[in-house]
Design a protein around this ligand. Structure first.
Ligand code: GAR
Length: 197
């Protein structure tokens, strides 16, 4: 069984979908811990599934590097084979990325390299595109710039606002994430990831 640690900042709806997928005995991965950079509402999903969780508040540390070191120490306690950033809205310092890469992945609500950053859905709407998407990538030191493991287009519909479009993207993100984690568990990744960079 692949041991997965998930990091969140928000509601954790994609985390919940992954937790539900791992309830299938045939699914080859298990979430072993959920961590957050703040008092995130999504931590409640860990409790629902009887899993440990931790918070390493970004605002409690003097620098991003010190926060990252504390976060990595907490993660290491649970010996994860894979770290999933599922709505973690903080850039990880390079030392943390180096410690886990290429076994650290991120979901993003856009068809990367289009619309990276914290406002992928808003930026797609502002650009007036007729399609955006969802992506799962390997984390590197840039902003949503790592190798793409899976992605799919999602149409922008007339009348879409940020919430409506994001809610249509998230089910696609969840499907891609669950499949990518399965591919890590079966050994198909990360070998493939290095050829995609
Ligand atoms: C997801 O759409 C995720 O891709 C996005 O935050 C949302 C979290 O939703 N992450 C980013 O934009 C990172 N750049 P959730 O908390 O309901 O799972």
């Amino acid at each position: 069984m692949l041991r997965v640690a998930v990091l969140i900042s928000g509601t954790g709806s994609n985390l919940r979908a992954l937790l539900e997928a791992t309830s299938d005995p045939a699914y080859p991965a298990r979430v072993v811990v959920v961590g957050a950079d703040r008092d995130a509402p999504g931590l409640a999903h860990a409790e629902d599934f009887g899993l440990p969780s931790f918070t390493v508040p970004f605002t409690s540390y003097a620098s991003r590097a010190e926060w990252g070191d504390a976060l990595a120490e907490q993660l290491a306690v649970f010996e994860p084979d894979l770290v999933v950033l599922s709505g973690l809205m903080r850039l990880l310092p390079p030392a943390v990325v180096a410690r886990f890469a290429p076994r650290i992945i991120n979901t993003h609500p856009a068809f990367l390299p289009e619309f990276p950053g914290a406002h992928g859905v808003r930026d797609a709407l502002a650009a007036g595109v007729d399609a955006t998407g969802a992506s799962v990538i390997v984390v590197d030191d840039g902003i949503d710039s790592g190798p793409i493991l899976a992605q799919e287009r999602v149409p922008v519909l007339p009348g879409d606002d940020e919430h409506a479009l994001h809610e249509r993207i998230k089910p696609v993100e969840r499907r891609l994430l669950i499949d990518v984690v399965r591919r890590y568990a079966t050994g198909e990744l990360p070998a493939e990831a290095s050829t995609l960079s």
